[in-house]
Ligand binder design. Structure first.
Ligand SMILES: Nc1ncnc2c1ncn2[C@@H]1O[C@H](COP(=O)(O)OP(=O)(O)OP(=O)(O)O)[C@@H](O)[C@H]1O
Ligand SMILES: [Mg+2]
Length: 363
């Protein structure tokens, strides 16, 4: 998918800009890229808080409110584009790689719904399905990745975008977008085995990739909320104050040493849990190799010392990922703004690389 981002925003002068919108449980991220430029070139980027209590069991239960929050970000950044590429959290989607007989895309569209009945824990009429041909296994078999998301989850995202007076043209999955982003920004890592951890508020998406192919995708229930809770309990402050504290605003009367200790203790717990879960995922791959490097991104990767702690616990070199590494147009933005927002925008950068009908029919 490396070429997708470039394709979407290259050359053709009449391509409409597409917005990428990442709706997380803590924050909503919106980005707009310049469709006239050869290289991925940023026009606008804005972030806002996700209104409280808008998600129930990972379903957006108040699309009106989420839509308003998206609209506020779009207006605040003077964005006029209407078409949106967005993604559901990996935890909401069921994916499986299956084998089918060799057939055309048109035939696959008819046969996949019958095939998936054997693999998904829902009635096929209750889910939205997508698939991608991964390769030709032999002269008689194809490897096909199927992805299913319940209609309830899909509707929450589509209705939220509609409520912002925008239109969804592609609905992706967070971890797939992350893979796109990494291929664009780190082409030289294509030869190594890499784990990419997008550490958000509620979840961490884990992608383990080798030579650009994703060997494993998984979600771990670990994220910035653990720090918010720990700080609020240890310091006797409310969660909103704890959120501000994480971003550097020390409330009156709070002991900075206790803050440091609480953050360190939480980072240790987070690192232990991530090490354990990534270890499970790695065992499931049954590879004889080792992970060469871990990259972390997501809002929680901004916690000072977390990458060092993860490196100690895993014994693997751990780096903070630069989501803007190969992105142009950054000169128009303040450095401090880019530093603050960059780590939250991994999924959004990856989403910009998705196109309608992004499937290759080679068979
Ligand atoms: N400067 C910062 N320092 C520490 N933590 C931060 C900082 N900025 C944001 N965070 C934390 O990052 C988390 C939000 O990150 P992100 O936007 O990636 O999550 P999300 O996509 O909303 O969540 P999820 O994907 O889990 O639903 C929050 O826990 C927030 O407190
Ligand atoms: Mg997220």
């Amino acid at each position: 998918m490396l070429s997708n981002l470039k394709k979407l925003i290259s050359g053709k002068a009449n391509i409409e800009p597409v917005l990428s919108v990442d709706i997380g449980s803590h924050s909503i991220k919106v980005m707009e890229f310049d469709p006239r430029k050869e290289e991925p070139t940023l026009l606008s980027a804005g972030i806002g808080y996700t209104p409280d209590d808008c998600f129930h069991n990972n379903v957006i239960s108040n699309p009106e409110l989420v839509g308003k929050a998206i609209r506020n970000i779009v207006d605040a950044n003077g964005i006029s584009a209407k078409k949106v590429v967005t993604s559901v959290a990996g935890v909401c989607c069921f994916s499986k790689s299956i084998k089918t007989g060799v057939q055309t895309l048109k035939e696959l569209r008819n046969t996949i719904p019958f095939e998936v009945n054997n693999y998904i824990p829902h009635d096929v009429s209750d889910v939205s399905l997508d698939f991608q041909v991964l390769g030709k296994k032999s002269n008689t078999a194809l490897d096909v990745l199927i992805v299913a998301v319940t209609n309830e989850v899909v509707n929450g995202y589509v209705e939220s975008i509609k409520a912002a007076d925008l239109e969804v043209v592609v609905l992706d999955v967070d971890s797939y977008a992350l893979n796109n982003m990494f291929e664009v920004n780190y082409p030289e890592e294509g030869d190594r085995t890499v784990a990419i951890l997008n550490i958000g508020a509620k979840f961490t998406s884990v992608n383990i990739e080798e030579k650009g192919n994703v060997l494993y995708r998984g979600e771990v229930s670990v994220g910035g909320n653990l720090y918010t809770k720990a700080l609020s309990e240890a310091l006797g402050i409310n969660e909103a104050e704890a959120e501000d504290l994480k971003k550097g605003k020390l409330p009156d009367g709070v002991d900075p040493e206790l803050v440091r200790e609480t953050i360190e203790r939480t980072s240790e717990k987070v690192a232990i849990e991530l090490e354990r879960q990534v270890g499970f995922f790695w065992d499931a791959i049954e590879s004889k190799k080792t992970i060469d490097v871990i990259y972390i991104t997501g809002g929680c990767s901004l916690i000072p010392g977390l990458s060092e702690e993860l490196s100690i616990k895993t014994g693997v070199e751990t780096k903070n990922l630069d989501n803007f590494r190969k992105i142009g147009g950054l000169d128009s933005f303040e450095d401090s703004y880019l530093k603050q927002i960059g780590p939250l925008l991994g999924v959004s950068v990856g989403l910009a690389g998705r196109q309608i009908a992004d499937k290759v029919n080679k068979f």
